[in-house]
Design a protein around this ligand. Structure first.
Ligand code: NAP
Length: 291
């Protein structure tokens, strides 16, 4: 029997999406218009196609406009930048998301930097990264934002807690560390060069794993009573010959030691799309307020 509370990301995300839908209803009354999210997909990567489809469906369910742009794999960088520029100037579009990864002939960095920071609902633009790092009010990347919401809901005040983030990517690890620092945690960021990862884990009251290595974190690495957030989404062979989703944490072992843990699937994943919707509404409100 597991001891840890299972943090139900699916239920949490459903509540957040309902809150966003209510916010959208009020926005429509207040401004006489509908918040809009534009999602751009280049190519036919099957995983990306599923993400884009889900994002569009949930955007509409929240009462917002979804503008979907599907471009062929051989779209030039110039043409994609042209579309981003058009969306930047379109008043019906309050949020722009370019689905990553992009084909190799297109610079992701160039495309991200071309998005108006006010419409950058992924929070990847250097202006938003800078605002997060310096305590300003920008747009926070969706996955770490969802992790923080679940942590605060479970723990309350995080101040003074020891937090370990495994992973230092620009989209998860680094912004997660910034958010925890903002909550006055004592933050350590581990990565592939960290010398004794198990020892680092054993110190952590809060452990966020964003690595991409299935079940890397073992039960005996976890401090008793810690709260564990597993961002990992790894496809591995299942017992039935099909593939299954696994996190970066060995769930069965960790659930014996932690006080609370997010499952995979059903933990961080559903929160990411819900936070995208929340970011789009936030961006729309700010754009209306600033004229
Ligand atoms: P990423 O860009 O590949 O970064 C992985 C990080 O993990 C890097 O900083 C890397 O260190 C570190 N790392 C790799 N192997 C390690 C090891 N053995 N020990 C310690 N650190 C190690 O990945 P990402 O985009 O941040 O994503 C991480 C995971 O989260 C993936 O499984 C991804 O699918 C998942 N994810 C889920 C969601 C969601 O919505 N649930 C969203 C985004 C990502 P170096 O920097 O030294 O290379």
């Amino acid at each position: 029997m597991t001891k840890a509370e299972i943090i139900d990301g699916k239920a949490f995300a459903a509540k957040l999406r309902a809150d966003v839908a209510e916010g959208v209803r009020v926005f429509k009354v207040q401004y006489g218009m509908v918040p809009g999210l534009a999602v751009v997909l280049v190519g036919t990567d099957p995983a990306s196609e599923i993400y884009v489809r889900n994002k569009g469906k949930m955007t509409r369910e929240a009462g917002m406009n979804s503008f979907e742009h599907k471009l062929p794999e051989d779209t030039s960088e110039g043409d994609l930048l042209g579309l981003v520029d058009k969306l930047n100037r379109d008043d019906r579009v309050h949020g722009i998301l370019v689905q990553l990864p992009l084909p190799r002939h297109i610079s992701e960095q160039k495309v991200i930097e071309a998005i108006d920071p006010a419409k950058d609902v992924d929070g990847f633009h250097v202006v938003n990264a800078g605002l997060l790092a310096t305590g300003g009010e920008g747009i926070v990347p969706c996955t770490p934002l969802g992790c923080l919401m679940m942590l605060k809901h479970r723990v309350g005040d995080l101040s003074g807690m020891k937090a370990l983030v495994i992973g230092r990517s620009n989209i998860v690890g680094k912004p997660m560390a910034q958010l925890l620092l903002r909550e006055s945690c004592t933050v350590t960021v581990a990565h592939s060069r960290t010398r004794d990862l198990a020892a680092e884990c054993r110190q952590a009251d809060i452990l966020v794993a964003a690595v991409g290595v299935p079940e890397l974190v073992r039960g005996d690495w976890i401090k008793p009573g810690a709260v564990v957030i597993d961002v990992g989404m790894n496809r591995i062979p299942g017992d039935d010959g099909k593939t299954r989703l696994a996190g970066d944490v060995n769930f069965a072992e960790a659930a014996e030691v932690a006080s609370a843990i997010t499952p995979v699937p059903g933990g961080v994943g559903p929160m990411t799309i819900a936070c995208l919707l929340a970011n789009t509404l936030t961006a729309a409100r700010r754009q209306m307020a600033s004229g």
